[in-house]
Design a protein around this ligand. Sequence first.
Ligand code: PLP
Length: 352
Amino acid sequence: MNTIKIETTKNKENGWERFNFKSFQFGETPTDHFFLAEFKNGSWTNPRIEPFHSLNISPFALCFHYGQTVFEGMKAFRQDDGKVHIFRPKKHHKRFNRSLERMCMPEIEEELFLNALEKLIQLEQHWIPKEEGVSLYIRPFVIATEPRLGVKIADEYTFFITCTPIGLYYPKPVRVKVETDYVRAAEGGAGYAKCGGNYGAAFFAAKKANEQGFDQVIWTDAKTHEFIEESGTMNLMLFMDNKLVTPKLSSSILDGVTRSSILQIAKDLGISVEERPVSWRELKKQLESGSRVELFGVGTAAVISPISCVQIQEVDYFPYIENDAVMYRLKKELDNLRRGRTSDTYHWNHFI
Ligand SMILES: *Cc1c(COP(=O)(O)O)cnc(C)c1O
């Protein structure tokens, strides 16, 4: 329920009326409105929704120089019965605050986060057509806006929520390599936070891998390079020996909402689940044994990303990606829950 007053200025245009939902590129078209609020003198002020527009920010704004930027990525869906919901916003909110805390940025109370989301998605629900496949990608983020060139923790910030339509991602199998030179995150670092710098710092290894014919890398731990952590910007899972195995969370692994949802769905299907350290040697041994191994990434945007080829120490291996793979069944279960076709036992669908 809306308890915080959020001033709304309506856009005179309805972009969704002329948007081609059948064919579009993800991330190009903002919806008609966005949310913003400013942090000043120790509190979040002036929460409001405005027609989407560009910003007027000082080149001295601290976010441009010292990287205090944090974001989230979540989705809103329309069910078969027409109702619209946001998927697990409370879990995303908790992670948002953990990221903000790690970056010395002010946290956002749950009430403000949920009220802002509900009001914005209510306004933008026409951007989620009835047809299966199109959902709304939601990008909340906070940046340091205090204009000051000296190195310091900023005293002023802006919190935004923007949205853009997202289409069906056909899970296209990807080629990856186990990365043992470059590092995404180290124990004690900011790997568990969804901060902009983690992405900027990861591009280089991904670019090098692209040049060698790979789509992405599988990151290994910074200390020993023995244990696999994540694949690009997705959490990593394996299905082998009739078990779903995923690296245990640590300060260098992001606590993915998709990871958590898939693990729960698997448990509910009676699949045994293991969260533990996984070395690339173990993965290599499994793949060499000739037994069936599924390897895949999980994340909000693509849900699952099957890995068809993994290079370990210069040798290519081919995980199982045929239609009867367990990963597709897990994805289907999650899709059904979001469409309202199966019961939402854990109240993950937050209706607006
Ligand atoms: C966002 C992200 C994920 C996936 O998290 P979801 O909540 O499932 O979208 C995984 N790893 C990294 C590094 C990420 O930034």
